[in-house]
Design a protein. Structure first.
Length: 122
């Protein structure tokens, strides 16, 4: 009985880690990194920064399905860069507009091409 009471009391004192206010609600952008056969590249990194302003951005590691999520200020233009071992880096620029109620998140899929010779001759 004492174990159950301590367990219940412990739950009452648990506080979830504070998340930054910028990560409330759905992300503004989801980026998926894939290879030429559309297979996700879970070892990839994606960085996003405003075209005007920030000089560098902290890279985010993608999840096992190749997805990285970003909470960004809308109405701005961003440079997205993706990289993965044995693949050529790729970057693109896009503007995150105002969200629509039915689809509040912009989705981008970036296909990386293998470095020459990294998988042998086919």
């Amino acid at each position: 009985m004492l174990t159950i009471v301590l367990f219940v009391l412990g739950l009452g004192h648990y506080t979830a880690p504070a998340s930054p206010t910028t990560e409330e609600g759905p992300p503004a952008l989801i980026v998926q990194v894939v290879d030429p056969a559309y297979i996700p590249l879970p070892e990839s990194e994606v960085s996003v920064r405003q075209v005007s302003g920030e000089k560098s951005a902290k890279p985010e590691h993608v999840d096992q399905n190749g997805f990285a999520r970003f909470w960004l200020e809308r109405g701005k233009q961003y440079l997205i860069e993706a990289k993965s071992p044995n693949f050529k880096n790729k970057s693109l620029t896009l503007t995150i507009g105002q969200p629509k109620p039915a689809n509040p998140t912009a989705h981008v899929q970036i296909m990386l091409k293998p470095n020459e010779g990294s998988f042998g001759k086919l």
